[in-house]
Design a protein around this ligand. Structure first.
Ligand code: KG4
Ligand code: ZN
Length: 347
């Protein structure tokens, strides 16, 4: 009998409906992502109620396609992994309800997965030889965490944002600059044409907070500069502002990650989450790690933004640890990274 573990994974925490089939946590047999960007673009951001309705429409076709492309039938699956939090409650509920019904009817075990556990686990797919311990910077639309990955699914949070998440700051600045939604990729593009030293925006340093982040002061400084230019009747220098803002974010994220490497002596660094697809952050860390002889893991962009393959990777290691969720599994919009094992471990 084979020891392979093949999981169907489902992700619906925000504005992507995603389904994947992943074998042994690292081999992605299929990875289907149905994006809702077009509809949310009309409103300049994610509208939760619309997101939930779109997930309802997309979840069955996504799962069907994931199974078809993987060439796997129900009998070839060993379990179902699903994001159960954090995220938009209505959006999460669609994936969780579907996964419960699917697992129950197919007689398969169910594994609830923390979304950030998923983002970090994307690194295992990108680099098949990667093993803990390593340091991971997780920067997305909802989170900015600096994490010491002590073991599979065992995380020590060294620092986190005190206010806006890094991706949220990108989205808000992009909106003010008229660059649209989603903001991160738009700022990334605009910044390529700009001078990143045109403005000395503040890089928030929190003296007593160790590795904590704060992006709201930077965001306000950008908005104030933009208003000043408009009040003075000037045409806003969009690409210079975008480039200078991006540099300030990238510097803070990079400095924190490198300082944590220095302090902990851990020589493998990784990035994860939507902001990890930022071209400037990737280049800056690539260079810094090469200079210091550190190993640097940067999942390809499609594994940084929301996807289900990463949930299949995290779900696999949870499955091996014996984590099983029952039909009481619920969507938990504020689920914190430390509570999952305690709450979802099977009795
Ligand atoms: O991980 P993700 O897809 O969803 C959440 O879990 O939040 O991250 C989405 C966030 C958005 O804020 C988006 O603007 C940002 O990641 N993002 C980027 C880039 N691509 C996506 N930020 C900066 N540069 C990018 N290239
Ligand atoms: Zn995410």
């Amino acid at each position: 009998m084979s020891n392979d573990v093949t999981l169907l994974a489902i992700e619906s925490s925000c504005d992507e409906t995603a389904a994947a089939v992943v074998r042994n946590g690292r081999e992605v047999l299929s990875d289907i992502i149905s994006s809702q960007i077009d509809i949310h673009t009309l409103y300049g951001g994610v509208v939760p109620e619309i997101a939930s309705r779109k997930h309802v429409e997309a979840v069955v076709p996504c799962v069907e396609q994931a199974l078809r492309e993987a060439g796997v039938t129900l009998s070839g699956l060993d379990g179902v992994a699903v994001t159960c939090g954090p995220g938009l409650v209505g959006a999460l509920l669609v994936g969780v309800s579907f996964a419960k019904a699917f697992a129950y009817s197919a007689g398969l075990p169910l594994v609830g997965v923390h979304h950030i556990d998923g983002h970090i686990s994307a690194c295992y797919i990108e680099e098949p030889s990667l093993e803990p311990p390593f340091l991971c910077l997780v920067a997305s639309g909802g989170h900015s965490h600096l994490v010491r990955v002590a073991d599979y699914g065992v995380y020590e949070i060294l620092g986190q944002t005190r206010d806006d998440a890094a991706g949220e700051a990108f989205d808000k600045v992009a909106r003010a600059l008229g660059l649209g939604y989603p903001g991160g990729p738009a700022v990334d593009r605009a910044a390529r044409e700009g001078n990143d030293t045109a403005y000395a925006f503040p890089q928030a340093k929190i003296s007593e907070g160790g590795y904590d982040f704060s992006f709201s002061g930077l965001k306000s400084a950008v908005l104030n500069e933009l208003n000043r230019q408009r009040m003075a009747g000037e045409d806003p220098r969009v690409s210079d502002i975008a480039a200078s803002f991006q540099r300030a974010v990238v510097e803070v994220l990079t400095e924190h990650l490198l300082a944590a490497a220095e302090e902990t002596g851990i020589r493998t660094l990784a990035i994860a989450g939507g902001v990890a697809s930022n071209s400037c952050l990737r280049e800056r860390l690539e260079t810094a790690c090469a200079e210091r002889g550190l190993t640097f893991i940067r999942p390809r962009p499609v594994l940084c933004t929301d996807n289900a393959a990463m949930i299949g990777a995290a779900g696999y290691y949870a499955y091996l640890r014996g984590v099983r969720s029952d039909l009481a599994l619920n969507a938990e919009p504020n689920l914190s990274l430390g509570t999952r094992e305690r709450r979802y471990h099977a009795r």
